[in-house]
Ligand binder design. Structure first.
Ligand code: ADP
Length: 350
């Protein structure tokens, strides 16, 4: 395999009008390894469909080799970027404390119980709680110190994720000191770090759930622009303010064509201690719903969620037949249906 052959393969791919899908002048460099070929393109923002065509064409011609396309800071390995029929889903919540980590963990465990291979990536630098929620306590940090070198390694040299309850687990907390306060300029490092954690870890997962950093600002904008997200799940609470923040995030997502799978309304109701019927805490109107974001499910306020979290045994595992696990099965079912339709669209487009 040499560079000239790869250039010829790419040049052979044309649009209906005969022009090249990606002109040769847009290829800056090609790195060839035994099992991994990296085609570097110019900074131009290539549409995913173009990258997908070139990727599929090279992958068919070079079986058994991982094909990677890069342009600017973005990396593309097929599908929505993470790989063919592999998905990265971001769990987003406007403010901290809305239950984003709780939902990310419970959804991941639910999807794993449905038979998917699932990884969870804790991206919340201001409070990387996922290891705590899952009871993962790495003794010695094998990864710390390496992350600043943002290079992606060949497949066999990539670090492996931790495993817990059948999930693959990685956290920014494994790499940088906990509760590190980030200066504005360092937010760009976060995107770098996350890209590294997505592409330089030997994930087996078909679905990678990211517990996104809180906020609606630059971190989220950079994340949405730079990472290969298939879709996003919002977590909202009854407070209108949290929804207002979510609206801002929604516009970032729309701007970068990242679809919203739906929202989880957390702490949506209380159970009456006297008669056990639910007391609804949501006002009837919801702006996200009005913006067309479907409700995947509603999680009631349940103190057992925080109690079990502190023991590192998530409630969906501790009480797998309970009402919370049941509601997460509904939410997971919604996500599964959404992903199945997306894969179907992709195979029809191919
Ligand atoms: P975030 O990731 O958005 O900061 P967390 O998932 O860490 O939020 O949740 C914040 C706190 O609220 C945690 O102590 C968590 O256990 C608790 N919590 C989350 N959802 C619920 C719920 N539905 N009922 C009761 N407590 C909850």
């Amino acid at each position: 395999m040499d560079e000239a052959r790869i250039r010829t393969l790419i040049a052979a791919l044309t649009e209906l009008d005969g022009s090249a899908v990606i002109p040769e002048s847009q290829i800056t460099q090609i790195d060839i390894h035994d099992d991994w070929i990296v085609v570097n393109l110019t900074e131009a923002e290539f549409p995913r469909a173009k990258l997908g065509r070139v990727h599929a064409h090279l992958a068919a011609a070079l079986p058994g080799v991982e094909i990677e396309l890069r342009s600017g800071g973005r990396i593309f390995r097929g599908g929505d970027g993470f790989g063919a029929r592999r998905h990265v889903i971001a769990v987003l919540g406007g403010k901290g404390g809305v239950g984003k980590s709780t939902v990310a963990v419970s959804l991941s465990l639910t999807l794993a119980a449905m038979g998917f291979r699932v990884g969870i990536l804790d991206a919340d630098l201001s409070g990387p709680d996922i290891p705590h929620l899952l009871g993962v306590h790495p003794k010695k940090d094998r990864a710390r110190g390496r992350w600043r070198a943002s290079a992606i390694h060949p497949p066999k040299e990539r670090r492996t994720a931790y495993e817990r309850w059948g999930l693959e687990v990685m956290s920014v907390g494994f790499l940088v000191p906990e509760r590190a306060a980030l200066a504005a300029t360092e937010r760009w490092l976060v995107a770098n770090l996350l890209r590294n954690l997505i592409f330089d870890v030997a994930w087996h997962a078909d679905i990678l759930v990211i517990d996104a950093p809180p906020g609606t600002g630059e971190e989220i904008q950079v994340m949405v622009r730079e990472l290969p997200l298939s879709g996003a799940v919002f977590v909202t609470t009854p407070q209108d303010l949290a929804q207002m923040d979510a609206e801002r995030t929604l516009s970032h997502l729309q701007q970068h064509a990242v679809p919203v799978i739906g929202m989880v309304q957390n702490m949506a109701s209380l159970t009456c201690p006297h008669c056990s019927s639910p007391i609804d805490l949501y006002a009837a109107s919801s702006r996200l719903q009005e913006a067309g974001v479907p409700v995947l499910g509603r999680i009631p306020f349940d103190t057992r969620l925080s109690v079990t979290a502190d023991r590192g045994l998530p409630l969906v595992l501790g009480d797998p037949r309970g009402p919370i696990a049941f509601e997460f099965a509904r939410i997971g079912g919604g996500v599964r249906r959404w992903l199945a339709e997306r894969d179907l669209d992709d195979s029809q487009a191919a």
